[in-house]
Design a protein around this ligand. Structure first.
Ligand SMILES: NC(=O)c1ccc[n+]([C@@H]2O[C@H](COP(=O)([O-])OP(=O)(O)OC[C@H]3O[C@@H](n4cnc5c(N)ncnc54)[C@H](OP(=O)(O)O)[C@@H]3O)[C@@H](O)[C@H]2O)c1
Length: 257
């Protein structure tokens, strides 16, 4: 039995990794600023903040493998990927932790925009650290696409970025990939995980519409600049790594809220 610390273990991907590791019989501790919203038998919570460094040493005490699935979506919180990663990897080395698994995004180093640049820097920090790190790059989650469509449907439209395709994956499948990497006999450099199917954004919007009964209008929209070129070139896809087991429509049917 290993002791695994999941930084960001209350988040979408992190909580899936926690559930998977617990189901496989391992001791799991969660590091996040806020406590999990529900109590799970056997799950320890270690409060801490990657940015201030508070709570990191205590969270890492006795840990065999560190899994990081933290997120910083706003400009104000983005430093969690850079300063936060430096603080966490240094604290892990000081605590004698040898192995790490870092969640990242497929194609993260192929486009220049600030969120991806910070995550690419996070990869470099882990690679340069003394931790034997496996980077798990995932495609967009089903929950991300659902959230985009649910938000814009409030004003009656569903965006279909022209030329954009996605290979969305269920968070549970990402959790499985993180657990596989954490429990593997040795660290690998990098693995990519994607959903079972590639679809255009228009097709995904139509799927969401059908699943929810929404009457919103699917609207073709251009996306200029580097992000548009990135999506049109399919750099967000990993068609040879269809590790996900659940398609977007199946996931929507199982996750109604
Ligand atoms: N969403 C997608 O489609 C997708 C696809 C591929 C890869 N990814 C990547 O996967 C990673 C995780 O994404 P997610 O959507 O699962 O994240 P999320 O749901 O937003 O969860 C983020 C987690 O990080 C913790 N956290 C944030 N700031 C922290 C800090 N300063 N100190 C300690 N903990 C902190 C949060 O807890 P507290 O706020 O309580 O601290 C929470 O547990 C990100 O790097 C993301 O880019 C996402």
């Amino acid at each position: 039995m290993s002791t695994v610390l999941v930084a960001g273990g209350t988040g979408t991907a992190g909580s899936a990794a926690v559930a998977e590791l617990q189901a496989r019989g391992h001791r799991v501790r969660v590091l996040s600023r806020r406590a999990p919203s529900t109590t799970v038998a056997g799950l320890e919570h270690s409060p801490g903040d990657l940015l201030t460094g508070e709570g990191l040493s205590a969270a890492l005490d006795g840990v065999d493998v560190l899994v990081s699935a933290v997120n910083g979506q706003t400009r104000k919180t983005r430093a969690v990927f850079t300063d936060g990663a430096r603080n966490l990897t240094r604290a892990a080395e000081a605590a004698g932790v040898r192995r790490a698994v870092l969640l990242s995004i497929v194609g993260v180093d192929q486009v220049r925009f600030s969120y991806y640049a910070a995550i690419a820097e996070q990869e470099r920090i882990y690679t340069a650290s003394g931790l034997d790190t496996t980077i798990v790059r995932a495609t967009q989650f089903h929950s991300l696409l659902r959230s985009i469509f649910a938000t814009t449907a409030r004003v009656g439209v569903l965006p279909a970025i022209r030329g954009a395709r996605f290979q969305p994956i269920a968070p549970a499948d990402v959790g499985r990939a993180l657990a596989d990497a954490a429990l593997a006999d040795s660290a690998g450099d990098r693995v990519e995980v994607g959903g079972p199917a590639v679809a255009t954004m228009r097709e995904l919007a139509e799927t969401w519409k059908e699943s929810t009964g929404s009457r919103s209008l699917v609207l073709g929209v251009p996306l200029p600049g580097p992000p548009g070129r990135f999506l049109r070139a399919g750099m967000n896809l990993t068609p040879d790594n269809r590790c996900g087991t659940v398609t977007f429509d199946q996931w929507l049917a199982e996750n109604r809220s």
